[in-house]
Each structure stands twice: as C-alpha cells, then as structure tokens.
Design a protein around this ligand. Structure first.
Ligand code: ADP
Ligand code: MG
Length: 332
C-alpha cells in the first residue's frame, strides 16, 4: 500500500463545488455550515464477498455503485446531496491502482451531482470494506417520510423494476436464459451502475407532502414500511408494476421474485394526493423519467399497516420476504 499521505493527496478533490464547505480534506475533521435547512445524513457499507465480488463489480464500479446507493437514500428523503466521506479498509493484496479506481468511480457521480468528498479514514485490514457517509439538505419540513402516506393517495414507482437483480443473477451465473447478449448486458449494467433519482427528488421539493422510499430491499418491503409507518392500507395492481425490459425471458416465479422481493433497482416508490400526482408526473416527464401509478392508499381498521396485491381479480396480502431471500443468495 502506498503511504497514506500520497494516497490522500491523490484522492483529494482539486476543486470543491459546495459553498457550504468551510474546511475539506486536510485537518482533523471537515467543517460545513448549514443554515435554515434540515440536514439529512445517511451511511452505507459495502463488504467484499457480501455485497460484491471480483466477478460482479470492477473497482471503478464498486465506487460508483456505493455512492449511487447512498445518493439514492438521500433522494428517498427528497434531499439535495452536498458532501460525502469515505472510510476504507484496504487489504494488503489490493493493488494501489485499484484503490484509486474505486475513488475514480465515485468521482464520476460526485462531479455529475456537484458534491464534494470532504474526508474519511483509511486503514488496512482483512477484507475490502468501504463505508460512505453522505450529507445533504431539505427545506424545512420537506423531508419525504415513510409516515406521510394518506388515504386516497396514489401509489407510484419511477422507472422499471427487477432488472438489477436479474442482472446480478446473470453475473453470478445462477441462472441461464435464452436471449441476446445485448439484453443480458443491459440487465447487468442495471446492477453495476444504478441511476439514483437525485434530480427528480430535488424537483419534487415544491410539493407539500409525499411519502417516499427507495427500492433497495424489494418493492414489497418498501411498501410495507410505508403502510406501517403511515398506519394505512395499500392496494397494488399486479399488472401495473412496470418490469425492466428483458425480464420476460426469465421463468415465471423468478419474475415475481424480482418484481416484489429482490430490490436493488434504486427506483423510488411513493404516495401522494391525486392533485400532487399530476404535478409529479409532469416533473418526471420533463426529466425523461418513467413514472407509473401502481395502486392506492386507503383506510381500513383491520388492514392498516398491510399491503394487498390484486392479481387476476383476486386480492392477496403481500409478505415482506425480500431480506430473507437476499441473505440466502448472498451466502451461496
Ligand atoms: P487523522 O489522523 O486526523 O484522523 P488522517 O490522516 O486519517 O487524519 O486523514 C487526514 C485527512 O485526510 C483528513 O482530512 C481525512 O478526513 C482525510 N482522509 C483520510 N482518509 C480518507 C479517505 N479514505 N477518503 C477521504 N478522505 C480521507
Ligand atoms: Mg484518521
């Protein structure tokens, strides 16, 4: 491993974008000054062998994807991102060039959203582990909480679902399907380079109330979180859920798993009033983002906190299976 000083010199931004920054990399801690806004902070960790392997992500993609996942958490709060910090555990066998590549992957997204790397920590250890802390802001009272859904709301999702997990299965070779290499490549890219809905979330700031979650652990899980925190019932139309293109080549039960439980697409799922949904659709359209109404929120003493799926005219409760499935796949 190159010495820590020259490493930090290499990853240190040449210019900072944010005027909220008082002191970036180079002292014992960074300093930011935030006024008249609500500060939003999130953290995520990637561990080699658990969240990625040499087969699934290149070093550049590791950096890109981890920062994308963090940005998605901020988008799900409706926040504008400003800063990030990176704590990295570097194993001896990792090449210096690969460590720099990880940071270069992050920098690609950082430049796109004009956010600044303002600090972190670097230590050596057994397995490559990277933790990103991200800092952003929302205007006062505009954070998009899970508890914000109300009876009568429209439930919607951005983009298409299932593609990222299908892509991961292709990468891990735990499934083989009969379709063109081009389609497979597109699904694999959805896993490797997720597209967080940062700009969309920022543009929504004019709207008074929206409940939002990003789909990291599967649509079922995210919807149940909204239904539970908002103490409402959610009903979803199975047919309405937009699937990533190429998914129809996969076996039927696999598609259902991708659609409801696999997650990792980092799209947004939300609930808003019918009137606000008209504005939300306009905003999505301006940004060229697909948005689909998939269901509605209602109030039912016996069913509040639960999510129901209507499929071929039959209504069934939706279970929170996402996490369990994912863990069992990771252990393989
Ligand atoms: P200290 O000994 O005060 O903790 P360090 O030597 O760990 O300082 O870090 C020096 C500077 O470099 C600090 O500003 C720190 O935030 C930054 N830094 C260290 N590691 C990283 C990293 N992996 N990513 C970004 N900044 C880092
Ligand atoms: Mg330190």
């Amino acid at each position: 491993m190159m010495d820590e000083f020259s490493f930090i010199e290499k990853i240190k931004p040449k210019i900072y974008h944010q005027n909220k920054l008082i002191k970036g990399i180079g002292d014992d801690a960074a300093i930011i000054r935030m006024e008249e806004i609500d500060t939003v902070v999130a953290v995520d960790t990637f561990v080699e062998g658990i969240h990625f392997t040499k087969e699934t992500l290149t070093p550049w993609q590791i950096g890109y994807r981890l920062l994308a996942v963090n940005l998605s958490d901020l988008a799900a709060m409706g926040a504008t991102p400003h800063f990030y910090l990176v704590s990295i555990v570097i194993p001896d066998e990792l090449r210096d060039a690969d460590v720099i590549e990880i940071f270069t992957g992050m920098k690609k997204l950082a430049n796109e959203y004009k956010i600044d790397l303002i600090g972190g920590d670097t230590v050596s250890g057994k397995s490559l582990t990277i933790t990103i802390t991200i800092i952003g802001s929302v205007p006062k009272h505009k954070a998009r909480l899970r508890s914000h859904a109300r009876p009568g709301d429209v439930v919607f999702v951005t983009g298409t679902l299932g593609g990222a997990s299908a892509g991961l299965d292709l990468l891990l070779k735990c499934i083989s399907i009969d379709c063109s290499e081009h389609i497979k490549e597109k699904l694999i890219r959805k896993h490797q380079l997720p597209n967080p809905r940062v700009q969309f979330a920022i543009q929504l700031q004019e709207i008074e109330r929206i409940a939002l979650n990003d789909i990291s652990d599967g649509l079922a899980n995210e919807l149940i979180e909204i239904a539970e925190s908002s103490k409402v019932m959610i009903e979803i139309e199975d047919d309405a859920i937009p699937l990533s293109s190429g998914l129809h080549y996969f076996p039927r039960e696999r598609i259902d798993y991708y659609k409801y439980f696999a997650g990792e697409d980092f799209e947004l799922v939300g609930a808003a009033s019918k009137t606000d949904f008209v504005k939300i659709k306009e905003i999505a359209e301006q940004l060229g983002i697909a948005i689909t109404e998939i269901g509605f929120v209602s109030y039912n003493i016996e069913r509040n906190g639960k999510v129901f799926i209507r499929k071929n005219g039959v209504i069934q409760p939706l279970q929170k299976k996402g996490y369990v499935h994912r863990r069992s796949r990771e252990k393989k």
